[in-house]
Design a protein. Structure first.
Length: 254
């Protein structure tokens, strides 16, 4: 991958996380889907308001004016709130971003916060000028493919981690099943899952002592996060393989 097309973050475990940056094509496709969703929602609001207005006008003389005001308010909320609410509470994704397999994250690699989501979308009124030409130019010239809203909020848009084959980073085809059978691996964040898989993918390139230490630190972090007792964690690398496999197997059926 071209270094200019990825975001590299060094973790405390000395594992470099690589996030493929989303470009104009994938972001444009996501915006198109989201715009269609917004248009459909706006049409539904318009039809609902039209139907209600006819009934209310029979009993309330000022219904028409209030319905117009309410309609404009709801359209305002739909335009400003759609992206911010979805990104803040849907793990950095809108329906369009999920379709395009991209998401918003903090520049530090952690999930986007509510404040960051609001801040980046507050600038959308500027980025959307001239049919999003302002945002497109910003993405094209910025080294991290950021529009103005991303620069203000300290966020980036990246591609989802893609499947690379079950046996690609597993030392063994099957790991022991002594790890807690009811383990809720889906509670892991995408960044935690990517940390595990980045280590498993690159461990053969690490010096032996660094590999062992990194495996131990990551396994301890993930084990504590999932509340897995120490006697059920296997060897650190085996434990991480088991977590990775279970996460992948669960994700296939979501």
């Amino acid at each position: 991958m071209d270094p200019s097309e990825k975001l590299t973050i060094e973790t405390p475990e000395q594992i470099a996380l690589e996030f493929p940056l989303a470009g104009l094509g994938s972001r444009g496709m996501a915006l198109l889907v989201d715009t269609m969703v917004q248009v459909i929602a706006a049409l539904a609001l318009f039809i609902l308001a039209f139907l209600l207005d006819k009934d209310l006008a029979t009993y309330w003389e000022g219904a028409a004016q209030w319905m117009v005001a309410l309609g404009f308010f709801l359209l305002f909320c739909l335009y400003w709130g759609y992206f911010a609410i979805f990104e803040a509470f849907w793990n950095g994704q809108t329906p369009g971003k999920r379709q395009a397999k991209i998401r918003v994250i903090s520049a530090s690699g952690r999930p986007v916060t509510v404040f960051e989501s609001i801040a980046r979308n507050f600038m959308r009124v500027v980025d959307s000028q001239l049919l999003y030409a302002v945002g497109a130019v910003a993405i094209a010239v910025d080294g991290k493919n950021r529009r103005l809203g991303d620069m203000v909020a300290g966020t980036v848009v990246v591609h989802e981690v893609t499947e690379q084959g079950d046996s690609y980073w597993y030392a063994r085809q099957n790991t022991s099943s002594t790890t807690a059978p009811g383990l809720a691996v889906t509670t892991l964040t995408p960044q935690e899952f990517q940390l595990i898989e980045t280590f498993l993918n690159r461990r053969l390139d690490l010096p032996n002592l660094q590999r062992l230490q990194s495996a131990k630190e990551i396994a301890e972090r993930i084990g504590n996060r999932l509340q897995v007792p120490a006697d059920q964690r296997l060897l650190p690398e085996d434990f991480l393989e088991e977590i990775s496999r279970r996460y992948r197997d669960t994700a296939r059926f979501q």
